[in-house]
Design a protein around this ligand. Structure first.
Ligand code: NAI
Ligand code: MG
Length: 355
């Protein structure tokens, strides 16, 4: 089967790591029956400086019309406000209907702390609708922000989180051992205080689970209040499999969880909608190491596997995850952020060799 993949390197080391994802796809063994065609697409701050737009309409149209999936590198966002500039990845998520941000945090067996969880963050509402206002009361300023939780978005995120729990179980069965022998889902909320808004989130996700026990019954259902979730996540990270959360809690939890596995250079993500997925390393454009050929390609390679997984190709995804784990476990051909002295390209080749 032929798959067309959009490549959006963006800025800085995005241009060094996206080719790693491409090479891994090209090197997939023929047993999987996949052929890839690649389309290079523009976006980013450098592109904005040249043309006045950070995300050309052409990029969006090509993704929608001719791509089966895509990989996004990183963008450099200016620290001061630049007129006319807004983040292309935030715009892409909106334009492509990518309502879930999926971020796995996984150890390599025997190395570091045992953790193999994925945080599924709602990507469209909560406090991120940015409906804020400021007014004066008794001569003092008061600011308010609206936290919006809808039944519709909560249903969608609940359903995709449950599907991810099933999919992960399948990848585990294909790819060998793991911390978990059966799937579980943990719904994060603060409905002891925000009983209406977080209450709706919790009840809706629970409702999705209960409405189809024939499909989801093998998944253990759990709930955790967000503050004690932070505590438990650092005390006993091995307990969590799929964690589903409203936007803000998901943002905070996922950055915190990345600290459990060391380098930003190994943490992957996927932006997922009903009919499209964009794999994206969670790190930025890393200007401090740009051009040195030492950026860690692992986050991007894992994001490439995630893209395949969400496109429905679990077997090649499992193969890539296993090759990355084997490379990390040996801990010989790794980049300087992991204490090694290998180059980006050497790591790519070592991982390809293990496919
Ligand atoms: P960063 O993630 O680019 O870098 C943080 C630190 O981690 C740096 O020391 C960097 O060298 C290291 N690092 C990151 N990725 C690495 C990799 N693959 N291999 C080895 N080392 C790696 O975050 P920073 O420095 O805060 O931001 C730099 C630029 O990136 C900013 O313009 C920021 O706005 C942008 N950014 C973009 C993101 C995106 O595109 N989604 C996310 C985060 C930041
Ligand atoms: Mg964040």
């Amino acid at each position: 089967k032929k798959l067309t993949i959009g490549l959006i390197p963006g800025d800085g080391i995005g241009r060094e790591v996206i080719p790693a994802g491409k090479q891994v796809l090209q090197a997939l063994p023929s047993q999987f029956g996949l052929n890839f065609e690649f389309v290079d697409l523009n976006a980013g701050f450098d592109y904005f400086k040249k043309t006045g737009t950070a995300l050309p309409e052409e990029t969006v149209q090509i993704l929608k019309q001719s791509c089966d999936g895509a990989l996004f590198g990183a963008v450099s966002s200016p620290t001061t406000k630049v007129a006319g500039y807004s983040s292309p990845i935030v715009a892409l998520r909106k334009k492509m209907g990518l309502y879930a941000n999926v971020r796995p945090v996984k150890w390599v067996e025997g190395v570091g702390r045992p953790v193999d969880m994925v945080i599924v963050r709602e990507n469209t509402e909560d406090l991120y609708i940015k409906e804020e206002r400021i007014f004066e009361k008794d001569g003092q300023k008061v600011a308010e922000a609206i936290k919006r939780i809808s039944e519709n978005a909560s249903k969608k995120i609940g359903k995709i989180a449950l599907e991810i729990a099933l999919k992960r179980q399948k990848v585990r069965e294909l790819g060998g051992s793991s911390l978990h022998t059966s799937p579980s889902i943990t719904v994060v909320h603060k409905s002891n205080v925000l009983s209406v808004s977080d209450g709706l989130f919790r009840e809706t996700v629970k409702g999705v689970y209960q409405s189809d026990l024939a499909r989801y019954g093998s998944i253990e259902y759990k709930e955790q209040i967000v503050d004690s979730m932070v505590y438990k996540m650092f005390r006993q990270p091995e307990e969590f499999d799929v964690v589903v959360a409203p936007n803000l809690y998901g943002d905070i939890l996922s950055d915190g969880a990345a600290a459990l596995v060391g380098s930003l250079g190994v943490v992957s993500s996927a932006n997922v909608g009903d009919d499209f997925v964009i794999g994206e390393p969670t790190h930025g454009s890393a200007p401090d190491i740009e051009g040195k050929g030492i950026s860690n390609p692992v986050a991007t390679i894992r994001s490439t596997a995630m893209m395949l997984e969400f496109m429905g190709y679990q077997e090649p995804a499992a193969k890539i995850y296993a090759a990355v784990d084997a490379n990390l476990k040996e801990n010989k051909v790794v980049t300087p952020d992991l204490g090694g002295n290998s180059t980006t390209q050497e790591v790519v080749e070592d991982i390809i060799k293990r496919l």
